[in-house]
Design a binder for this molecule. Sequence first.
Ligand SMILES: [Fe+2]
Length: 462
Amino acid sequence: MDSVVVVLFMLLNSLVMFSNGGITSKYVRKFEGTPDMPLDSDVFQVPCGYNAPQQVHITQGDVEGKAVIVSWVTQEATGSNTVLYWRENSCKKLQAHGKSKTYKFYNYTSGHIHHCFIRNLEYDTKYHYVVGVGQTERQFWFFTPPEIGPDVPYTFGLIGDLGQTFDSNLTLTHYENNPTKGQTLLYVGDLSYADTYPNHDNTRWDSWGRFVERSTAYQPWIWTAGNHELDFAPKLGEAKPFKPFTRRYRTPHKASGSTESFWYSIKRGPAYIIVLASYSAYGKYTPQYTWLEEEFPKVNRTETPWLIVLMHSPWYNSYDYHYMEGETMRVMYEPWFVKNKVDVVFAGHVHAYERSERISNIAYNVVNGLCSPVKDQSAPVYITIGDGGNLEGLATNMTEPQPKYSAFREASFGHAIFSIKNRTHAYYGWHRNQDGYAVKGDSMWFHNRVWHPIDKSSSSGS
Ligand SMILES: [Fe+2]
């Protein structure tokens, strides 16, 4: 009799969680993506001048936000490894010295890829910097973040799975023109899609670097590794995964005690950001597992109230694409996310948009049968933002009915903004490419899980 009751309860529970879901947007778009922009497109233009630095990008260079890694490529010769930099309105020019290397991938040889740490920067300050010293010099600027603290406002942009198509260009243009200006971009993986070309044509890594330079040279992009960064091609003699990505894109992983560049953490203003690696081992006893276990106790929510996690493969995804690919990592880490009250998890991989309710699925223990998501106010909101617009097209097919854990979903390309106001409130908006720059297709006020853990959130998808 008891077992009948249990079965009935499970049936009822699954009906509650998997019927009458949230909102599926009324917009239906075509599956086909646009092709990659031709290599002679203006967005890929090589800068003028002998050995001119190209593909300039910056990222955070330490845990605290007082260092920046400046990276660039010189094609004809090694050129200078020096970065000249100075505070705005200061005539005292400083120098930092980096290193450069080339790499080979099958029949491709890269240009000279430079990486240079600039340290001991002052918070909340505009800096100018020059690369290509002594040859063709190019000048850029960036702002350092405000000093770490619970109530400093800070705005993050979010893009995933961008690629280099005409749609990708629209996404980046919309991000740049959004009136709510992102100060740092959280990138949730899958960058160039060069691996979709014969022999993983690495010239498409170069063109991608030139395409995004208009943003990456001026604000840090925080990198997450996706499956298109693997470039695992043993038949081409390229059996070491992530080679082009690691040569080109540095992360400050050592500063947070990580042993690989694919998982690490940073603090930036009011946020503590943990970046996880969907394509590196994450089971018990692995380096990533051990690192993450030791990472959560380091998070001081009085100092950084907002706990954000980035990963590539989503844990909660109600599209027919990559369905449950994130499941094994979810099983390993979700209890920690709930225990530590992660505010929000951003993922990519699925080429569409989706936002979840606050739910968890951590009760299962092999014999109890409790394996359905339930509402949980200590759980994060899960957002899939893999809709940057790459050549693989949109994920238009959805599982039906919409699971109740799914609050809003729409298969359109776009980007998002996460704007932290203070320790209690953050405003989140998702922007589809078809709308004007200020229009939000989905939005939500986030209430911090530690400082304002109320049982509702105002949201609207349209
Ligand atoms: Fe992916």
